[in-house]
Design a protein around this ligand. Structure first.
Ligand SMILES: [Zn+2]
Length: 184
């Protein structure tokens, strides 16, 4: 079973905007409905603000009776003390921002990143924050993450209005990417 989400996070992964303000934006746009156990159900606005590139698939909005997590719902993560990197089974090696080489050993480096070590390019020696690598939208990191679950890579993107409201509410720019479900 593949589990994939669309993530939204401040462009600066160190920022820790208040979840209260983010939740308010999601409520105003009706992206979230009533709370579930550790998440929020999708509201009527979910399908208006998660915009599909092609034909929208049949979206399952209610928890399936068999307990499957494959339905549209929303999780607010954080604030974490340091940025959390979220990737997926299909994340390909990111590119170095300086020489464009792929970091083939990124999975080996990853544990060090969790201890504040920089990412290092084996080709040109450039060191940078993992967030500065070019992930092509298939990984994201942040102290605060909005996870829109059951959206597959490249399938759908957030509306301009959603990104604008998040920017206004938190005073900082936001970005988006796709990755696997984040389990706490
Ligand atoms: Zn390089």
């Amino acid at each position: 079973m593949t589990l994939s989400s669309l993530y939204l996070a401040p462009t600066d992964p160190q920022l820790q905007p208040a979840l209260r303000e983010i939740r308010q934006v999601l409520e105003e746009l009706q992206i979230i409905g009533p709370p579930l156990a550790a998440s929020f159900s999708a509201g009527d606005g979910f399908s208006r603000h998660v915009i599909y590139a092609g034909c929208a698939p049949h979206l399952v909005m209610q928890p399936p009776a068999d307990g499957s997590p494959q339905f549209c719902h929303v999780v607010l993560h954080g604030p974490f003390a340091r940025p959390r990197l979220v990737t997926g089974p299909n994340t390909v090696p990111p590119r170095c921002p300086t020489c464009r080489a792929r970091l083939q050993d990124w999975r080996d480096q990853r544990q060090a990143w969790d201890h504040d070590r920089p990412a290092r390019c084996a080709v040109c020696g450039h060191s940078c924050a993992p967030s500065a690598l070019d992930w092509r939208g298939h990984a994201i990191n942040g102290c605060v993450l909005v996870e829109l679950r059951n959206v597959f890579p490249g399938e759908a993107a957030p509306s301009d209005l959603l990104m604008q409201r998040l920017r206004e509410a938190t005073g900082s720019a936001w970005r988006y990417a796709w990755a696997g479900y984040l389990r706490e």
